[in-house]
Design a protein around this ligand. Structure first.
Ligand code: DC
Length: 221
């Protein structure tokens, strides 16, 4: 018996659709590196705001992004991005970032700055002995890994998603972020053709995970 083939699981979906909890549990179940690309866009947004670079100032954004030093360290099974050696702070989950992140994420230069870094997570996963990786975001199955072994898209009713955020005690601009993420020209939020579409509105987290895990297990064991 040789080493089992490396697997890539892509999970896309709108804000608060359950991607992170699902991805974390799948990472544990199948020994995968968990990569939350939304946290990368949040961290970059935080950095640009810290440098007072407005999302309307494309020239300033391009210059701030040159020489960006992006490295990775592990936080449990999750990939943590470091910018100039610094990890993200708790502020990336706050309302200021929620209100700004989709504006910055719509800018091609911002997406380009993260493209190779995201694909490079395959090497990080291999170096650390993971069996594969599960990457969550908006364009993973469409742009980052269109040939992923598994491509899932999670849907959930907007009212249910707002309830989930409220239950976590967090404020979020769910509808506005979805509107911006879906309507942008560059790598919009779409259900990639051929992806497995799952509506989690009436499912518990465990039921969603079981559904995805069964599909993965059926193909890899
Ligand atoms: O997954 P999240 O809600 O934490 O993502 C925050 C924002 O980052 C999201 O509203 C849009 C942007 N994003 C993106 O444009 N592409 C990705 N692959 C992941 C996130």
């Amino acid at each position: 018996m040789g080493t089992p083939p490396f697997i890539i699981v892509a999970i896309d979906g709108g804000a608060a659709s359950g991607k992170s909890s699902t991805s974390r549990l799948l990472a544990e179940r199948f020994n995968l590196l968990h990569v939350d690309t939304g946290s990368f866009y949040r961290q970059l947004t935080s950095e640009l705001l810290r440098c007072s670079v407005a999302y309307t100032d494309i020239t300033a954004i391009q210059s701030a992004l040159t020489n960006l030093q992006l490295t990775t360290r592990l936080n449990g099974r999750s990939a943590q991005m470091l910018i100039g050696g610094q990890p993200a702070g708790d502020e990336i989950r706050g309302q200021q970032i929620n209100a700004n992140v989709s504006h910055y994420a719509a800018i091609p230069a911002v997406r380009a700055a993260l493209l190779a870094y995201q694909r490079g997570q395959v090497d990080v996963a291999k170096q650390h002995g993971f069996r594969g990786l599960v990457m969550e975001g908006r364009d993973i199955g469409s742009v980052i890994f269109p040939d992923a072994d598994f491509r899932f898209f999670l849907h959930a009713d907007p009212i249910e998603r707002a309830k989930r955020r409220a239950a976590e005690g967090r404020q979020d601009s769910i509808a506005e972020r979805d509107r911006l993420d879906t309507s942008r020209k560059n790598a919009p939020l779409v259900v990639p053709s051929g992806a497995t579409d799952i509506d989690s509105t009436f499912l518990t987290l465990e039921q969603v995970v079981e559904k995805l895990a069964a599909l993965i297990a059926a193909k890899i064991t």
